[in-house]
Ligand binder design. Structure first.
Ligand code: ADP
Length: 464
């Protein structure tokens, strides 16, 4: 910063010292390097002292695409011959939310990242009105008194859990006139790193637990094949068949665990892109035709017309695949499965799309979209006439590894992860998932997603 300020011959207003470098730490090591170039080694050391975890977080998380792009742009900005003060542009480019707080607690400056993070309108107003985090407000108060408060970590539970670290740093403490004292507040999103930590722990625990059983059974069969089944051709064939099933189950387990981990990582990032549920339904029916043939189950598609939703096509395909695969797997031979797609639904209509299976059917919303009444949804519904699921199991269906005892799925034994994957994808898409089931009559799973709205559409169009 100093170099720019010297060259331009005037004070750099907001963006100086430890606060600047702490924010740079939030944007990753590339940016830290940039801060070091501009402000010297002392500033870099101050940044590392102020936010060591933040630097490590950004480093370990490998920087998000946005952060990487911004760091590249900032690095390019650093090479621009000085002569102009670029500090405002730099502040605007920073992906980390940064605020300048005046002595009366008012937001004096907020970069675009901070505006979107706090949902600020044109006027800044009081920080306490925009952010209901007493510990952060206290830290800002302390920084305004010239103290150097510890970073504050907090979590927001809705709509998806996020973990934030807020760093408040005094600016111009000790200025003769206390009215010149300011605080710089920087937010670092640590959600990804927290998710990685939790994911790693869960993955290790789950993978080792779930793989142990098939591995033990494989070891047992190998021992038998080398021992008393050595000369028994028929027994060898049978055991090798079981071993193949166990190996395939282990492969499915690993695939599902990896898929679940990837989805959990991104769950807090709303998806871009669009997909047509009707087309997707047709594609998945084709892809699962061999399984349906193997089980002698007929799959029928009833799609009214295009049903465009905002979303990640591959993940939506995974939803359709898991629901249809379950319906086929748990249906008896000769049964029919129906996959229906409907668009232009209110949330209430999407939730109650299934016509009742039987008078004693139970219904449960496994996931629901957050707020936003008035939105329109498109739904995909998979209906089977299999064994159904008893009411007491419904709340636990989307738990990892939960499987209903005694449920027959044929040769393709499940992993108990399919519906957990579906629920996470639905949550990421701000959609909903409803199950309706009646023992003996069948099950209906409905996944619905917000309809696609053109980015330039007016808010009225968005809610129609
Ligand atoms: P799995 O890989 O075991 O199928 P899921 O998470 O997809 O795991 O489903 C969890 C459990 O819910 C299943 O093990 C099964 O007991 C039950 N289930 C899911 N879908 C159906 C269905 N269409 N009919 C009957 N039971 C089902």
């Amino acid at each position: 910063m100093r170099k720019v300020a010297e060259a331009s011959g005037h004070e750099t207003p907001v963006w100086r010292g430890a606060a600047a470098t702490a924010a740079a730490a939030a944007a990753g090591p590339a940016l830290l390097g940039f801060a070091g170039v501009l402000d010297g080694g002392a500033a870099l050391a101050a940044a590392l002292a102020a936010a060591p975890a933040a630097a490590a977080v950004a480093w370990m998380a490998g920087l998000t695409r946005l952060r990487r792009e911004s760091a590249i742009r900032l690095a390019a900005a650093a090479r621009v011959p000085s002569g102009r003060d670029h500090s405002a542009e730099i502040l605007n480019l920073l992906p980390a939310p940064v605020l300048l707080i005046g002595p009366d607690g008012r937001i004096e400056t907020a970069n675009p990242a901070a505006r979107s993070f706090l949902g600020l309108g044109g006027e800044g107003g009081q920080l306490s009105a925009a952010l209901r985090q007493p510990q952060v407000l206290e830290a800002v108060g302390a920084a305004l008194r010239g103290e150097r408060p510890e970073p504050v970590e907090y979590s927001t539970p809705a709509p998806v859990e996020s973990h934030i670290r807020a760093i408040a740093t005094p600016l111009r403490p000790g200025a003769a006139d206390a009215r010149d004292w300011r605080a710089v507040l920087v937010f670092v999103d640590e959600t990804s790193i927290k998710r990685i930590e939790r994911m790693r722990a869960d993955f290790l625990a789950n993978a080792s637990h779930e793989l142990r059983t098939p591995l033990a059974s494989l070891a047992g069969f190998i021992e038998t094949l080398r021992g008393h089944a050595k000369g028994d051709q028929a027994a060898q064939e049978r055991f090798l068949g079981i071993m193949q099933d166990q190996t395939e189950r282990m492969r499915r387990l690993i695939d599902d665990l990896l898929s679940l981990s990837r989805i959990e990582m991104d769950e807090h990032l709303p998806p871009g892109g669009k997909a047509d549920l009707s087309k997707l339904a047709g594609d998945i029916v084709d892809a699962l035709a061999p399984l349906a043939d193997e089980k002698n189950v007929t799959v029928r598609v009833d799609a009214g017309g295009p049903a465009r939703v905002t979303g990640d096509r591959d993940q939506l395909l995974e939803v359709a695949q898991n629901l249809l695969e379950n319906a086929i797997k748990y249906s008896p031979s000769g049964a029919e499965v129906l996959i229906e797609v409907r668009a232009g639904l209110s949330r209430e209509a999407a939730e109650k799309l299934a016509s009742p299976l039987s008078p004693d059917a139970s219904r449960l919303a496994i996931a629901s979209p957050p707020g936003a009444s008035g939105r329109r949804y498109a739904a995909m519904q998979v209906r089977d006439s299999g064994p159904g699921i008893d009411r007491r199991h419904l709340p636990r269906l989307s738990e990892r590894f939960y499987r209903v005892d005694g449920q027959k799925s044929g040769p393709r034994e499940g992993t108990g992860l399919g519906l957990a994957i579906v629920k996470h994808i639905v949550n990421r898409h701000r959609g909903g998932l409803v199950v309706e089931s009646a023992p003996g009559a069948g099950s209906v799973f409905t996944a619905y997603f917000p309809e696609y709205v053109k980015p330039d559409a007016t808010p009225e169009a968005a809610v129609r």
